[in-house]
Design a binder for this molecule. Sequence first.
Ligand code: SF4
Length: 322
Amino acid sequence: MGYKHLFGPVASRRLGVSLGVDLVVHKVCSLDCLYCECGKTTDLTVERKAWVPLDAVRAELDRYWAENEDPDYITFSGSGEPCLNSDLGRVIAYIKDNKPNIRVAVLTNATLLPDPAVRSELLRADLVVPSLDGVSEKVFQRINRPCASLDPERIIQGIQTFAGEFSGRVHLEIFILPGVNDSPDDIALFKAAISRIKPDLVQLNSLDRPGTCDSVTPASRSVLERVKQDLGPDGVEIIARVPKPSDKAGRRQGKDLEKAVLETIHRRPSTCQDLSGMLGAAPEKIQALLDDYEARGKVESRKQARGTFYQTLKDDALKTEP
Ligand code: SF4
């Protein structure tokens, strides 16, 4: 049996072997970022609620723990913004109470960090990765296409307050879009925000999969190096593009591997090589699965500069798989 709310584990670019937990449905978010790998936001909202049932998430975690080796991390990310789920704190507590050895990471767009209740729910995590792509209102609107109520200054204040309260690590992620948020003025604003937030690390990210907007191009290595130099360079890292195959990654096999492939590309378009590296299976095996899924109309492929990316066609692709 596959999973509806868990995905992976994948050999993550940042966290080692990481099991994903998706606490929203596709595609609930407070932003509609130009570069989003999950596709266009269909439910643009700041409303917190139980977007997926808490009992179902706990039951899937129990089943995963019973059947698999523990991952290095459990990471909240997936089809939208995890902090929009009002049970986030309960799920983090469930993991920490039952598996204190597994570290918990939350990847968040930071828009809800001005809310003290959200900040308090995150306190038992080990790592929080808030993102900040635009400090000025103009760049924030252009890149993140936010819910009308959101204001970048309040968000920065929220991240700053959270970083002061939190005893775990804060990695501030900045997604660089060349020609959009990498001008000298933008960099100066980022520097000022970083000096207020004082994150443990700044991570520069860039597009490596299809985004929702074809006009968005990936930042070249030289652009990222320039931004790194301008921002630091100490305490600033460029996130490597392609995950390396990991011996520890491949824990799901046979029918379960087939499901892991679908669960992964349901959240993120991926190439055969990406999936092979993330899931620890031979590329030929993965390619055969992808070809079969494509022939059966379950996935579609898009050729990009970095390779052919596959993603699921329908939201119910996971439900219909036996
Ligand atoms: S990149 Fe993250 S914050 Fe932006 S729209 Fe996608 S899920 Fe939401």
